[in-house]
Design a protein around this ligand. Structure first.
Ligand code: NAD
Ligand code: DAU
Length: 344
C-alpha cells in the first residue's frame, strides 16, 4: 500500500479521512479523485492542500477513461471509495444520479481495480442497506439487505457488486457500513448541520413526522478511524459495521442542539414525514472492535465540538447556502413548512 486513490475525498467523511491519512501516513501518496458535485468542496481539503503527499484530481467514478487515467498516472495500488450521492431526500426527488454514481460508478471502479491489479479496495457503505431495524435488534454484517429508499437501494447495489468482484475475481475488497455521521464540514442539507445553521439564523426547523425515529450517531473522526482500521486490518472479502453505539431519538438530539445553541423550542415545526422513512437503524460493531477500533468521542463532546465548529466557521457554510442550495431547500421544504403553518 503506497499510492491511494481516495474517491469522494472532497466530501464530508472522505475529506476527514484524507486529513487523517495525509498526517498519519507521510509515506503514502494520497490522491483525491472527486467529481466536485454540489456536495464536493475543496475548502474541506484546505488543511492539507500544501502537503507533499496530497494530490487532487477532478473526475467522475462513472467515467471509465478518467478512472483509468488517474490509476495509471499515479501508479495507484489501493482504492478507498467514498464517492456517492448521499442524501436520502434528494434520492426521493431525483434518483437518477444515485444509480449512476452509487451503482454504475462502483462497477466502473471495480472493473478498473480488477484490470489494474489493485492490491486493496475499500468500499464505504452504510447501515441503511439493512433497512428498518425493529425492536432491540442490532444488525450484523451477515444480515440480509432490505433497503427502503432509492439512496439505500443504490448503496446496497454497490455493496453487492463489491462482493461479486471479490468472489468472482478474487479482488482484495473490504466494506465498511457506517451509521449516521456528523461533525465539521458536513453539507448543510443533513439533519445536524441544517438545524445548527438554520437555528443560528432563528429559522424554523422542519422535524419529519413525530421526530421519534432512532439513529445511531457517529462522530466523523471516529468514522474515518474505523475506515482506516478496516483498510489496514480487515479480512479480504469481509464487511465491517462502523457504529456510533449511540442510539437517540431525533427529537432528543434536536433538543440537545437547541440547548447548546441557546435557542428556543419554538423554532421546531413538525412537518409531513419523509416518504418511506425508516424508523430505526442500529448496528452491532463487535467485528470492528475486534480489529482494535473504538470510538474516541462521547456524543456530548462530539456534538458540542460540532456546534462550536459551525459557529466559528460561518465562512464555510454561508457561501454554500446560496444558488442551487436554495432551489433544493424550496423544493424539499416549502410545501412541508406551509403544511405546518409557516409561510415562505
Ligand atoms: P458527501 O455527500 O459529503 O460527499 C460525497 C463526495 O463524493 C463529494 O465530494 C462528491 O463530489 C463526490 N462524488 C459524488 N459522486 C461522484 C462521482 N460520480 N465521482 C466522483 N466523486 C463523486 O458524502 P459523505 O456524507 O461524506 O459520505 C461519504 C460516503 O460515506 C458515501 O459513500 C456515503 O454513502 C457513506 N456514508 C455516509 C454516512 C453519513 O452519515 N454521511 C454514513 C454512512 C455511510
Ligand atoms: O445512516 C447512515 C446514513 O445517514 C447515510 O448513509 C446517509 O448518507 C446520511 O445522509 C444519513 O441518512 P439519514 O437520512 O439518516 O440522514 P439525515 O441527516 O437526512 O436525517 C437524519 C434523521 O433526521 C432522519 O430520521 C430524517 C430526520 N430529518 C432530516 C432532515 C434533513 C428531519 O426530521 N428533518 C430534516 O429536515
Amino acid at each position: 500500500m503506497r499510492n491511494i486513490l481516495v474517491t469522494g475525498g472532497a466530501g464530508f467523511i472522505g475529506s476527514a479521512y484524507v486529513r487523517l491519512a495525509v498526517e498519519k501516513y507521510p509515506f503514502y501518496n494520497i490522491v483525491v479523485f472527486d467529481k466536485l458535485t454540489y456536495a464536493g468542496n475543496l475548502d474541506n481539503l484546505l488543511p492539507v492542500k500544501d502537503r507533499p503527499n496530497y494530490r487532487f484530481v477532478q473526475g467522475d467514478i462513472a467515467d471509465r477513461e478518467a478512472v483509468r487515467g488517474a490509476i495509471e498516472e499515479y501508479g495507484i495500488d489501493t482504492i478507498v471509495n467514498f464517492a456517492a450521492e448521499t442524501h436520502v431526500d434528494r434520492s426521493i426527488l431525483d434518483p437518477d444520479a444515485f444509480i449512476i454514481s452509487n451503482v454504475v460508478g462502483v462497477h466502473i471502479l471495480l472493473e478498473a481495480a480488477h484490470r489494474h491489479k489493485i492490491e486493496r479496495f475499500l468500499h464505504v457503505s452504510t447501515d441503511e442497506v439493512y433497512g428498518d431495524i425493529e425492536g432491540n435488534y442490532f444488525s450484523k454484517e451477515s444480515d440480509p439487505f432490505a433497503p427502503n429508499s432509492p439512496y439505500a437501494a443504490s448503496k446496497a447495489g454497490g455493496d453487492l457488486m463489491v462482493r461479486a468482484y471479490h468472489v468472482t475475481h478474487g479482488l482484495n475488497t473490504v466494506i465498511t457500513r457506517g451509521s449516521n455521521t456528523f461533525g465539521p464540514y458536513q453539507y448543510p442539507e443533513k439533519l445536524l448541520p441544517l438545524f445548527i445553521t438554520e437555528a443560528m439564523d432563528d429559522r424554523p426547523l422542519p422535524v419529519y413526522g413525530d421526530g421519534m425515529q432512532v439513529r445511531d450517531w457517529l462522530y466523523v473522526d471516529d468514522h474515518a478511524m474505523g475506515v482506516d482500521a478496516v483498510l489496514h486490518n480487515g479480512e479480504p472479502g469481509e464487511a465491517y459495521n462502523v457504529a456510533g453505539e449511540n442510539l437517540q431519538h431525533n427529537i432528543d438530539v434536536i433538543r440537545r442542539l437547541l440547548t447548546l445553541l441557546g435557542k428556543p423550542e419554538s423554532l421546531l415545526r413538525f412537518v409531513p414525514d419523509r416518504e418511506g422513512h425508516d424508523r430505526r437503524y442500529a448496528m452491532d460493531c463487535a467485528k470492528l472492535r475486534a480489529l482494535g477500533w473504538q470510538r474516541q468521542y462521547t456524543f456530548d463532546d462530539a456534538l458540542a465540538r460540532t456546534v462550536d465548529w459551525y459557529k466559528q466557521n460561518e465562512w464555510w457554510w454561508r457561501k454554500i447556502k446560496t444558488g442551487e442550495y436554495l432551489d433544493y431547500y424550496r423544493r424539499q421544504y416549502a410545501a412541508r413548512l406551509a403544511a405546518a403553518g409557516v409561510s415562505s
